[in-house]
Write a protein that binds this ligand. Structure first.
Ligand code: ADP
Ligand code: ASP
Ligand code: MG
Length: 453
């Protein structure tokens, strides 16, 4: 058994669904790989849904035209199919009904004027419900035995998050649900699953269907989790920033976790953990170039003949510096600071300390007068720098190629790029730098050019 997850671009049009995605699933089924399919919403639909929710709540308008557009995009795919009249009629009716329910929910939101995490999830889930029904119908019309599996409500509402054991329980619910699908039938899972404690956007964030694929793979103990996307695999940098970026044949789970966490959007950072725990390899493949072997991600470390594996970046970062002479020779001072972060559930990416100050990088902007900053101010002088970016050099090769940091800083000095923070732990698979956000793309390009000359 294998998991095959298709992202938004793969699901983006009738052409890509019918000419690219369906044949990939068909081939796997014919090769008796027993594919379990996971789909993301059609490209752009999740953002449209979020916009619809915002309009309903803030402007008290149900954006009918936008809903009409979403409906047309899905029904057009069904209209283009040959044969399978009854299957198509049933799928069209189901898609129209889901959109009808969404319109009702949005209408209610215009009155309530407030968006709970639960309502947000109900809106968001529609994207994957529509695309999964579409996919199940396309596969069935082509003669495959496929079944739509809606994971919107597989987590019991009373299950609350207290530790990562929460996700292990979620994995169990995945197993129970998918095992109900008869043998020989291809399950088509909605990449949205829930209701997540706190809501999908804050519990997991955008790109959640990668995590869905990984949870499903681990739950079903598949032999491989395939992430089908719009690039040849994990590359040495984001090809949209560095056009000459090249494909990495192999990566370890640790390297992948670093890359995903520090901005390589090709995989959601959460998707690594279930695969690691279950010892299942992940593979990133290109829907539009299925002949390419993609990137193979597994447990063992692999040193490629490169200085590092990839340069990645994450924007929208905030730097927090706390300085106080009280830190001099003090014990437990750092613990007091991290306790504030922990209680406010602010997660830290990078830390660097000196004898009198400590700096942290966190995602996103901070509320200027929120209790989090007030509590930090009670511990020392706090300096905040918004609009920063983390640029990371990732690869196990950092352990053996001692010249990499020197080469990186040489080019940064030559290009007059100011580095505001540096972090490299003894694990030596990630060297991260913080630069001003407007310098981010240029920094990535310069480092890529210098290191992969
Ligand atoms: P999907 O819709 O299939 O989930 P995403 O847009 O979420 O696709 O992720 C694929 C995109 O990730 C690519 O188009 C690419 O621009 C971006 N990306 C960022 N960093 C990398 C990287 N190191 N390797 C490959 N792609 C990357
Ligand atoms: N459609 C969702 C998003 O855009 C989930 C995903 O693509 O993985 O975030
Ligand atoms: Mg994605």
């Amino acid at each position: 058994m294998i998991v095959q997850k298709f992202g938004g671009t793969s699901m983006g049009s009738a052409q890509s669904i019918c000419e690219n995605v369906a044949p990939i699933v068909e081939r796997a089924a014919r090769a008796e790989q027993a594919p379990v399919v996971v789909v993301s919403a059609m490209s752009g639909v999740t953002s449209q849904l979020l916009e619809a929710a915002r309009k309903s709540v803030e402007e008290h308008i149900v954006p009918e035209a936008l809903l009409g557009e979403i409906k047309k995009r899905h029904l057009d795919v069904l209209d283009g199919l040959q044969g399978g009249k009854q299957l198509i009629a049933a799928a069209s009716a189901a898609i129209s009904s889901d959109l009808g329910e969404l319109a009702n929910l949005l209408r209610a939101l215009t009155v309530v004027g407030d968006l709970s995490a639960r309502s947000y999830d109900a809106v968001l889930a529609v994207g994957e419900k529509l695309s999964a029904q579409l996919m199940a119908c396309v596969l069935s019309v082509r003669g495959m035995n496929a079944e739509y599996v809606n994971l919107e409500k597989i987590i019991p509402e009373k299950l609350t998050y207290d530790s990562d054991a929460y996700w292990d329980k979620v994995e169990g619910y995945f197993r129970e649900r998918v095992e109900k699908v008869a043998r020989g039938v291809i399950p088509v899972l909605t990449g949205f699953f829930g209701p997540c404690d706190g809501g999908m956007l804050s519990a997991v964030g955008r790109g959640y269907s990668d995590y869905c694929a990984s949870l499903a793979g681990a739950a079903l103990k598949v032999s491989e989790i395939q992430i089908w996307t719009d690039v040849d695999g994990v590359l040495s940098a984001n090809p949209k920033v560095v056009p000459e970026a090249f494909i990495l044949e192999r990566l370890s789970f640790d390297e992948t976790a670093e890359l995903a966490h520090f901005g390589a959007k090709v995989l959601h950072p959460f998707s690594v953990r279930p695969a690691v725990n279950a010892g299942i390899p992940l593979r990133v493949l290109n829907t539009f170039n299925p002949g390419c072997a993609g990137t193979w991600i597994e447990n063992s470390t692999c040193s490629l003949n490169l200085p590092i594996k990839s340069v990645t970046s994450k924007k929208g970062v905030t730097l927090i510096r706390i300085s106080t002479p009280l830190m001099l020779f003090a014990h437990g001072y750092l613990a007091k600071i991290t306790d504030v972060f922990g209680r406010h559930r602010v997660s830290v990416d990078l830390v660097a300390s000196s004898e009198v100050s400590v700096s942290f990088s966190v995602d996103g902007p901070l509320e200027p007068d929120g209790t989090f900053l007030q509590e930090l101010r009670a511990l020392g002088e706090v300096h905040i720098e918004h609009k920063q970016a983390i640029v990371s050099l990732v690869g196990v090769e950092l352990k053996t190629d001692y010249s990499v940091p020197a080469r990186a800083f040489e080019i940064l000095a030559r290009e007059k790029i100011c580095v505001r923070m540096i972090s490299m732990g003894d694990a030596r698979i990630n060297l991260s730098l913080v630069v001003d956000e407007p310098q981010c793309d240029r920094t990535v390009q310069m480092l890529h050019r210098a290191l992969f000359r």
